[in-house]
Design a protein around this ligand. Sequence first.
Ligand code: PGA
Length: 260
Amino acid sequence: MSVERRPLISGNWKMHHNHFEAIRTIQRLAYNLSSADHDAVDVSVHPPFTDLRSIQTVLEADDIPIALGAQHCHWEESGSFTGEVSPTMLAKLNVSLVIVGHSERRQNFGESDEDVNRKVQAVLAQGMTPIVCVGETLEEREAGSTLDRVADQLSRSLTGVNRSQASSLVVAYEPIWAIGTGRTATPEDAQEVCSAIRRQVGEFWDAEAAGGLRIQYGGSVKPVSAPDLMRLQDVDGLLVGGASLDPDEFARIVAYRLVG
Ligand code: PGA
């Protein structure tokens, strides 16, 4: 039985674009995307927290079918956590997707697999979709431990998530050595890891959950590499950093299916 999985292409703006720049960028992106793009692909943008309200207003005022996403959050609903933002606050802004466990959060801000797991559960509890990031370092790849590393991150991230929540999950495979470096995994390597992720989700729950799971590839995706990545059997979307900052370049990635 083959399952229809709608592609999801997400732009992670990281710490770029103040709210004026964000408004200009989203307006230009909306102009660039056609209704055929929206029919074929789900698109989300993940701006810094300070931009969320401005972008929400633009998207809702003009009925633009781009999903609003965040880059991370805390797992508690409220409390004495200086500098943090809660899942409930994000849900209130109609954020529908939250990136969880990005390697930059893990490496630079000490997020553990246990933190990631708490966040996954908190995001799901608010009816939002977590984009759970997993991926190996260059040393792990060279040591041949990529699949073990990714499997370990994934099982720790999904602990306690129940079967009925499985359909709202997205997993992003992002080899750390490919992020922001201009190096992309080969299609063969990306497919190998993404198919292992799907197999693991099948073992964790069942074949239906595995068949419905959306898996993104991330790491230096550009308009020129997007079509080959999106052709892979187990790649259902892309998590795009640098190339999502420019609305013209990002729109060309979303239109990957028109190439070749
Ligand atoms: P990049 O970032 O496309 O700039 O490599 C991807 C990511 O970090 O999600």
